[in-house]
Design a protein around this ligand. Structure first.
Ligand SMILES: *Cc1c(COP(=O)(O)O)cnc(C)c1O
Length: 349
């Protein structure tokens, strides 16, 4: 692999205490191109603007997908990824749905590992600190013919991050008009256009005082799907409930890890449909204890209130919650503090 290093790192100009999510990028990036049916082995070069044709299909038809993963630094200065094979598998699953050629595992992982080694100083220690990694692929063939492209660009860029919403709890709006994804659609893929389509309804929700939307099924707007880029969990009585994944719900790696962790710690977990009607009923009877989101960016994020039609429903926040218990267990694995689930840890060396 060709490696072209920066002459001087930008790291000294970065205020790691005050990071806005996704604004600052590390010194280097990885890039590989797909031409004549093949991916190149790729190269690492300084993070910089790239040149693309104005007729690149990604710009017109959104033939593009991405992943989101994190690298953590332990107190012993070792770097760990969390279940990266799952991100790799989902990357190709998303690609297939968007008619993008799959990338080989060795190109993906060699690029990723080399990049992390070169930019390892950008990964800071301490719970909450991480390097957010964004692999993505887009149709770069210059042509506005509305069909799958013949040329693609794969890249990995990295951005130092604190946890997404800090220690905040958020308020969410249950959406009954707009839909994120439909049966047979691309909701299960991290397709670029899914996020663009969510911006407008989310903007309206923010204007109404919420931070995110809870999406409901596109047919009846009654079954709960997910929120923003998070899967959702509900604590009802002593049970932890989450919707099953489907072609309209993204199969989150944090979600499936939380399910396994909860089961391991003898928490009752149910993967079944959960509706607005049930949530309102359980809220009114006092059985709805917690709602939280899960995703790489936030890890676990408590939801303190939700809006449905003209009503705002607020949950009482208790210190010892299922969400804080699971968040700590997960963090301890990610930062290599605990010995649980050793096979989820991927050491960079
Ligand atoms: C990425 C994402 C998630 C969370 O997936 P993780 O693998 O846990 O990061 C959930 N929902 C949507 C729509 C997403 O894009």
């Amino acid at each position: 692999m060709k490696i072209n290093r920066v002459e001087k790192s930008r790291i000294d100009s970065v205020d790691f205490e005050n990071l806005t999510f996704g604004k600052i990028f590390t010194d280097h990036m990885f890039i590989s191109k797909h031409k004549n049916g093949e991916w190149s082995s790729g190269e690492i070069k300084p993070y910089e603007n790239i040149s693309i044709s104005p007729s690149s299909r990604a710009l017109h038809y959104g033939q593009a997908i991405f992943e989101g993963m994190k690298c953590f630094k332990s107190e012993q200065d070792e770097l760990f990824l969390f279940r990266p094979e799952e991100n790799f598998k989902r990357f190709n699953k998303s690609s297939i749905r968007l008619a993008i050629p799959e990338i080989q595992e060795d190109i993906f992982f060699n690029g990723l590992k080399e990049l992390l080694k070169i930019d390892s100083e950008w990964v800071k220690k301490g719970i909450g600190n991480a390097l957010y990694i964004r692999p993505f692929v887009f149709a770069s063939e210059p042509s506005i013919n509305a069909s799958e492209a013949n040329e693609y660009t794969f890249m990995i860029i990295c951005s130092p991050s604190k946890s997404y919403y800090g220690d905040m709890e958020i308020s969410v709006k249950i959406e009954e008009k707009y839909s994120r994804a439909a049966k047979g659609g691309v909701g299960y893929a991290k397709a670029a256009g899914n996020y663009a389509a969510a911006f407008y309804p989310t903007k309206l929700a923010i204007e109404q005082g919420f931070q995110q939307i809870i999406w409901t099924d596109s047919n009846n707007h009654n079954a709960i799907e997910e929120a923003g880029t998070m899967n959702l969990f509900f604590v009802i009585g002593d049970k932890l409930i989450t919707s099953p994944t489907s072609d309209s719900i993204l199969d989150g790696i944090t979600r499936k890890s939380i399910i396994e962790l909860a089961k391991f710690h003898n928490i009752d977990v149910l993967e079944r449909e959960i509706t607005i009607d049930e949530i309102l009923k359980e809220y009114k009877s006092g059985n709805l204890k917690e709602i939280f989101g899960s995703g790489t960016a936030v890890v676990v994020l408590p939801i303190k209130s939700f809006g449905h039609r003209d009503q705002l429903y607020t949950l009482s926040s208790e210190k010892s919650s299922v969400s804080s218990f699971l968040k700590e267990k997960l963090n301890n694995i990610q930062y290599n503090i605990s010995n649980e689930f050793k096979n989820w840890k991927f050491k960079i060396n």
